[in-house]
Design a protein around this ligand. Structure first.
Ligand code: AMP
Length: 348
């Protein structure tokens, strides 16, 4: 059987790493991005630059590929759904619709009896005055928030008066968890009850942005098992095809909570490129293209650090040891806090 051509919507670092993984498998890729300088074009076979609502360009893209996937979840449902009528989009657009909306996502998780933080939908400021029990809490936009964007800390009722927020965007108020640790599970689902699951990854955030990730996570066996079971349950319930990340909180009383689901490959899984026989990216390509499922084998413990903003200058043109792997995302513009690259060190 000849291999399909994979269309990837989005041309950032995740698109780059997906395209590289596809190349290894001899799967041709076409990147579709609204960024003229999208870094992923260096790694793909073809690149289409277009706005995401340009129907003519979308049609051209669809005509050239067999299967379509995406590197970020904030693509309008209508766009993905329309594309899905011509060529299969994986993960399914209906999954993306649930997950890109914090309220729908948390309702979905709770219906499965999986613990999340306490939360409530907020339509107007005055509502918060009655929600003392959820304070201190975080107000988060229901859509389009990432890396702490669109989040506001509310410590007390007094803080509410000073909140200068446009409540015509919908928010949720989420009780602040007294965090002991954060972990994530990367899982690739191929079909019914067929998975490859990576061990839990311990994540450290700074200013709500991932700073570093490490395996093995320093967690109890109970948390390890529970996080894997919940990740499998979520992937199965969604009938997910491809790689998915579940982010978890562990509180000071050793309670596990699902923070959120990312319906895509994830920053915390970058270390899988060097630490496993098959990376999260390769597994995603294998699953969405219907290629062979190969059992995962861990090669080494590892630590990945994110390189933000102008820190990247310290990493370029540097010599690395044989257990160090530097990835430059080749972004044209250096911006403060922008993810510019990462370094994975195998801990042998
Ligand atoms: P999010 O965009 O919701 O994943 O939040 C980014 C980061 O902010 C998380 O990884 C946590 O470090 C922190 N955070 C978000 N929500 C909470 C919460 N309810 N309690 C404690 N920390 C949180």
């Amino acid at each position: 059987m000849s291999k399909p051509t994979l269309g990837i919507i989005g041309g950032g670092q995740l698109g780059s790493m997906l395209a590289s993984a596809a190349k290894k498998l001899n799967v041709k890729t076409i990147i579709f991005s609204d960024e003229r300088d999208a870094p992923a074009q260096r790694f793909s076979d073809e690149f289409i630059y277009s706005q995401y609502n340009d129907q003519q360009k979308i049609n051209e893209f669809i005509s050239k590929v067999n299967i379509i996937t995406y590197e970020f979840e904030n693509i309008p449902f209508e766009t993905l759904n329309k594309i899905n009528k011509s060529k299969p989009v994986l993960p399914k657009p209906s999954i993306n619709r649930i997950i890109q909306h914090r309220l729908a996502e948390k309702d979905f998780i709770n219906k499965l009896n999986i613990r999340t933080t306490q939360y409530i939908s907020i339509e107007e400021k005055s509502q918060i005055y009655t929600l003392q029990d959820l304070l201190p809490g975080l107000l988060k936009t229901t859509t389009l928030g990432y890396d702490g964007k669109g989040q506001h800390l509310v410590n007390s009722i007094d803080d509410i008066k000073n909140l200068d927020i446009d409540f015509s965007n919908n928010y949720i108020l989420e009780k602040l968890v007294k965090l002991k640790k954060e972990i994530s599970i990367i899982i690739t689902r191929f079909s019914d009850k067929k998975y490859e699951i990576y061990e839990p990854i311990e994540n450290v955030h700074e200013d709500q942005i991932l700073k570093h990730s490490i395996i093995p996570a320093d967690i109890s066996d109970k948390i390890l098992q529970q996080s894997k079971i919940w990740a499998m349950q979520l992937a199965e319930e969604l009938k997910y095809v491809g790689t998915l990340c579940v982010e978890f909180f562990i509180d000071r009383n050793e309670n596990l909570y699902v923070n959120e689901i990312a319906p895509r490959v994830h920053n915390s899984g970058h270390l899988t490129i060097n630490a496993y026989n098959i990376s999260q990216f390769e597994n995603h390509v294998r699953a969405v293209c219907g290629l062979e499922q190969v059992p995962l084998k861990k090669i080494s413990n590892a630590k990945m650090i994110n390189i933000l903003g102008d820190q990247i200058n310290n990493y370029r043109n540097k010599e690395y040891r044989t257990n160090e792997f530097f990835f430059d995302y080749f972004k044209k513009e250096i911006k403060q806090k922008r993810k510019m690259g990462h370094l994975t060190t195998l801990l042998i």
